[in-house]
Design a protein around this ligand. Structure first.
Ligand SMILES: C[S@@+](CC[C@H](N)C(=O)[O-])C[C@H]1O[C@@H](n2cnc3c(N)ncnc32)[C@H](O)[C@@H]1O
Length: 168
């Protein structure tokens, strides 16, 4: 896996309102390229919950990150709502995901997307990058409105999906 570029990191974070956001969730940080940028911008009273399933990435993040606002979670993104509750937190303002959705079985992808949707504030955002447009339909099915940006300054070039939770 080639870690994402700083250009992709900036694209992923440009629609997050860090002055207002108090709960942010990151899914699939890997080596922590986005995590470090999120921490730089994170409000002093905010919490960042980071879900990483891989043992090696999780251990390396645990050694590297020492910030009381950050909660590192060695578990699957399927369990976002459980971990919010375990930490006495409610809805998130933004979920920032690097999960390889296109490689996931349909059932797992749907489960994670629905869980992310349920973890968001009414006007919260789900932001996801992918190397193709294959996941557009799945994201629209769960979130309704999806806007797409693109950056060539990443290997491979990447699409950034920004999904706004529908207000019902
Ligand atoms: C494509 S990498 C992205 C890494 C990094 N954010 C970047 O952009 O360079 C995807 C990451 O998602 C993690 N991952 C895969 N399935 C997961 C799951 N169900 N829950 C949490 N993390 C998962 C992988 O271990 C990997 O670190």
């Amino acid at each position: 896996m080639t870690p994402s570029s700083r250009f992709l990191a900036l694209k992923m974070l440009e629609n997050v309102d860090f002055t207002e956001s108090r709960i942010i969730i990151e899914l699939g940080p890997g080596t922590g390229v986005f995590t470090e940028k999120i921490i730089e911008k994170l409000h002093p009273e905010a919490h960042l919950l980071v879900f990483e399933l891989n043992d090696l990435f999780f251990d390396s993040l645990r050694k590297k990150i020492n910030d009381p606002r950050v909660i590192l979670i060695h578990d699957s993104a399927e369990r976002i709502t459980d971990h919010l509750a375990l930490n006495g937190l409610h809805c998130a303002d933004a979920v920032i995901s690097s999960l390889p959705l296109a490689n996931f079985p349909e059932e797992l992808k749907d489960h994670i997307l629905k869980n992310a949707f349920n973890s968001l504030e009414k006007d919260g955002k789900f932001i996801q990058f992918q190397y193709s447009l294959m996941s557009k339909k799945s994201l629209e099915n769960v979130f309704g409105k999806v806007s797409i940006a693109f950056t060539p300054f990443n290997f491979p070039p990447a699409f950034v999906y920004t999904c706004q939770r529908k207000v019902s």
